[in-house]
Design a protein around this ligand. Structure first.
Ligand code: ZN
Length: 386
């Protein structure tokens, strides 16, 4: 793969190209944007360019206000020893720093992967290493994932390196929440922003991967511009059912929910979380089981929120409001049933409560209780009677 093949992040890549062409590349960057929009992929491909022994230049895309770019587009050659080793995931000058490295640190030996990005990981995999000379290329590139999870002491430890990074070293912090950084960290880094990817382009990309149009449309709309998330959900191979079949069943059940079904339905959701997170876990190597489980739990709650929001949009459109895009366009009878069963205020209240449940996922609330609470609140005062 090359930088040119990175999908739909022309603006962010254009900013890097402009800085490179002007000889003004910073040594510390923050790539900021929602999860799954291609920050890591861009960082990786940009690192490959920086490490390449024989970079190639081609004519750049025409710069616009929206997508600035240099007149020449610099990319990796794909053929030199550096590029070959890079593709084999063994480049000695490309360092990926992430929280799951904790058990491999001196201090964190035998500890479980943490929720925060702990200081020993930053100390031992970044700060202690940056002074070393590159082994194979002219520079070394450090990419720190989930940098929004750096606590203040980790950020303070990083400050000195960010202030005066060794000339041969580039540091890229990937983050989804800029507000979690200390002002001192922000002021030492160049920020490159990554925007959400257009839904139609995501759907087109999924269909290129032989995902059917109905599923591709759903995942593109559900993922709200996160192409990585859309691909992960759409491609996951489960035993028996696909994720799309699980979501279809989830929306069907929610549209028919009765108070007496809540406990059994919560058990079904807990089983669905396991059914999805086990194969997901097997498909990634650098994310902890806990993080994957939380991602799936939040995903299923977001599926419920998407159905409620669809019902709300339908109500507004039926009341003479503008035409709207329905995420669950494949399940219109269920969405209509939800819209008929609740007032707009009741739907808004349930959507708000479901978002609260998403926050509880991070607070380690018991999984079954969490879903029971969500469903009981949903079915509680305004039962669907139809
Ligand atoms: Zn090369």
């Amino acid at each position: 793969m090359s930088l040119k093949a990175v999908y739909c992040q022309d603006k962010a890549i254009g900013a890097l190209q402009v800085a490179f062409a002007a000889g003004k590349l910073a040594h510390a960057y923050i790539f900021a944007g929602p999860d799954g929009v291609g920050r890591f992929l861009t960082a990786r491909q940009w690192a490959k360019v920086l490490l390449c022994h024989n970079r190639i230049e081609s004519k750049g895309p025409r710069p616009t206000l929206e997508t600035p770019g240099a007149s020449l587009f610099v990319d990796s050659c794909g053929k030199c020893p550096s590029c070959e080793v890079f593709e084999g995931d063994g480049h000695p000058d490309f360092k990926h720093v992430y929280k799951e490295l904790l058990p491999f640190t001196r201090e964190g030996k035998n500890k479980k992967p943490p929720v925060q990005l702990p200081k020993p990981v930053i100390d031992e995999f970044l700060i202690e290493k940056v002074a070393s000379r590159p082994v194979m290329s002219d520079c070394a590139v450090y990419v720190v994932s989930e940098a929004e999870k750096l606590n203040n002491s980790s950020q303070n430890a990083l400050l000195k390196v960010l202030e005066e990074p060794p000339k041969h070293c580039y540091i890229i912090l990937l983050c989804s929440r800029l507000e979690n950084f200390l002002p001192t960290t922000l002021s030492r880094c160049q920020i490159v922003r990554f925007g959400p990817v257009d839904q139609e382009r995501i759907a087109a990309r999924l269909m290129e991967m032989e995902i059917g149009p109905k599923e591709a449309t759903y995942w593109a709309r559900f993922s709200e511009g996160s192409i990585g998330s859309a691909i992960a959900w759409a491609q996951l191979q489960l035993e028996g059912q696909s994720c799309f079949e699980i979501k279809t069943e989830l929306v069907r059940r929610i549209s028919e929910l009765r108070l007496t079904d809540c406990v059994e339905f919560a058990v079904w959701i807990v089983a669905a979380v396991k059914q999805i997170s086990d194969p997901w876990m097997a498909s990634v190597s650098d994310t902890s089981k806990k993080d994957i489980t939380r991602r799936v739990q939040k995903g299923l709650i977001r599926m419920i929120i998407a159905a409620l929001s669809d019902a709300m949009r339908l109500k507004i459109a039926e009341g003479g409001g503008p035409e709207c895009v329905i995420v669950n366009s494949d399940q219109m009878p269920q969405i209509s049933k939800l819209a008929a069963g609740f007032s707009a205020t009741q739907l808004a209240d349930r959507i708000e409560k479901a978002y609260e449940n998403i926050h509880w996922v991070d607070a380690n609330v018991n999984e079954k209780l969490l879903f029971e609470e969500l469903l009981l609140n949903f079915a509680g005062s305004a039962m669907i009677t139809a």
